[in-house]
Design a protein around this ligand. Structure first.
Ligand SMILES: *Cc1c(COP(=O)(O)O)cnc(C)c1O
Length: 456
């Protein structure tokens, strides 16, 4: 088997500004040791997120010029609508400016006090929009998904037994919809099997509850199904995606992921009256239903991106390049969530720095060391992001302390990834010298974005 190469050539480049270790020391200090406060042009390799950071294709840029900016009935909308209908089979396609805008509209209408929403794992904006409506969000991930060191094919699966118990306990009339997130972003970018989606749908149908799919990484998930699930080897990515969505009653999507664009999203629905209510709210908060908070050119770029994401050579390269980084790290003994997911590598900070207690933020210590050593920007997903405190001010840590290395789509080449692995391994080899951090400033909500730290 030959090396799997990037299935594209580079037409336009963006320079990287190199910094010295001394400069990075200053930069980190000035940013209060928070990667979100570092200026992007001070970063050598930016693995903060895969959201909105994709490189667009020549055809997408051509689409930007072609975009029809008519207020109503733009031809770019109809191209976008046709593409989303082809993939999802949904009746109503409602564009939004990004994923959370689709969530905000959906949960403003379906949520509210006394309502409960199950999901394999809610993404943080999904949870925030549910809770903002005063409803409650529950994660019902299958057991194997909760163990970083266990290798399994579909660690994003919903626990369908727990789902049925949940419905019986909360009452089907209090559950407006059930959601399944593909791939499971917060759980390591792990895929969900078609069998599990079918099983989830069966449980939902038994109680008359609609099933929604959070489809941000549907194509990466479909590729894992093709590679790992029996009976799907000879199906195209489009066919697999169509089957996935055939079990759904609605879809939310952030196009900043698997539609290969820098901004965009949509809500897709089958139910006529829900769609009418959503469109009415869309007009108040986003815009007219044929542009929904976007420019015509954005709709054009999304339509084209959705075509390109279905190409198997792209997905093969995509999944392989993430796995390649994972293999390099594993062979040096660096503990990560196994197997590698579709869009990111997650370092297990608890095993990487066993002597730094969650109180002292082991993930943050690794994030800072990666920047200092190699100018690589990553993000902590652990006690900084999700830590809560009891009445005595003692930290209630989340189950996992992780550092996410999210890989932007079509942006970095194999040598960039080699460099990343060298830096991570270097930091791992001197892990004994890493110290924890303390927080010196934090906002009351979503503190990870703006908190300031000091090294211990
Ligand atoms: C990014 C993301 C969202 C929210 O989308 P935005 O475009 O960032 O608002 C929702 N769900 C999942 C799984 C995501 O990864």
């Amino acid at each position: 088997m030959k090396t799997i190469i990037e299935p594209f050539k580079i037409k336009s480049v963006e320079p990287i500004r190199f910094t010295s270790r001394e400069e990075r020391e200053e930069i980190l200090k000035k940013a209060g040791y928070n990667p979100f406060l570092i200026h992007a042009d001070d970063v050598i390799i930016d693995l903060l997120t895969d959201s909105g950071t994709s490189a667009m294709s020549a055809k997408q840029w051509a689409g930007i010029m072609e975009g029809d900016e008519s207020y109503a009935g733009s031809k770019s909308f109809y191209r976008f609508e046709k593409m989303v209908k082809k993939i999802t089979g949904m009746k109503h396609i409602i564009p939004t400016h990004q994923g959370r805008a689709a969530e905000k509209i959906l949960f403003s209408i379906t949520g509210g006090q006394g309502k409960f929403f199950p999901n394999n794992t809610h993404f943080d904006t999904t949870r925030a929009n549910i809770e903002f409506s005063k409803a409650e969000a529950y994660d019902l991930l299958n057991e194997v998904g909760k163990h970083p060191e266990i290798r399994a094919d579909f660690k994003g699966n919903m626990d369908t037994v727990a789902l049925e118990n949940f419905i019986l306990q909360k009452g089907k009339e209090n559950i407006p919809l059930c959601m399944i997130t593909i791939t499971n972003n917060s759980g390591g970018g792990q895929p969900v099997s078609i069998e599990n989606i079918r099983e989830t749908k069966k449980v939902c149908s038994k109680y008359g509850i609609p099933l929604f799919i959070d489809a941000c990484r549907f194509a990466e998930n479909a590729y894992f199904i093709k590679k790992r699930e029996k009976g799907y080897q000879d199906k195209s990515i489009l066919q697999i995606a169509q089957e996935i969505f055939s079990y759904a009653d609605g879809v939310t999507m952030s196009a900043k992921k698997d539609a290969l664009v820098n901004i965009g999203g949509f809500l897709a629905l089958n139910d006529d009256s829900l769609a009418m209510n959503c469109r009415n709210l869309l007009i108040v908060t986003e815009g007219f239903p044929t542009y929904g908070g976007l420019a015509g050119r954005d709709l054009e770029a999304m339509a084209q991106g959705l075509e390109e994401i279905l190409e198997e050579s792209y997905l093969q390269y995509r999944v392989r390049s993430v796995e390649y980084l994972g293999e390099k790290l594993l062979s040096a003994g660096v503990p990560i969530i196994e197997p590698p997911g579709g869009h990111a590598i997650y370092i297990d900070a608890k095993r990487f720095l066993p002597d730094v207690l969650p109180e002292y933020f082991p993930g943050q210590a690794i994030v800072c060391a990666l920047f200092l050593e190699g100018g690589i920007r990553t993000v902590e997903i652990g006690s900084v992001m999700f830590g809560k405190y009891d009445e005595n001010g003692k930290l209630i840590a989340p189950p996992m302390e992780l550092v996410r290395l999210a890989i932007p789509r079509r942006v970095y080449t194999q040598s960039h990834i080699d460099y990343v692995s060298e830096v991570v391994i270097d930091v791992f080899n001197k892990r004994e010298s890493l110290k924890g951090f303390k927080i010196v400033y934090q906002a009351p909500m979503l503190r990870h974005f703006t908190a300031l730290f000091e090294p211990l």
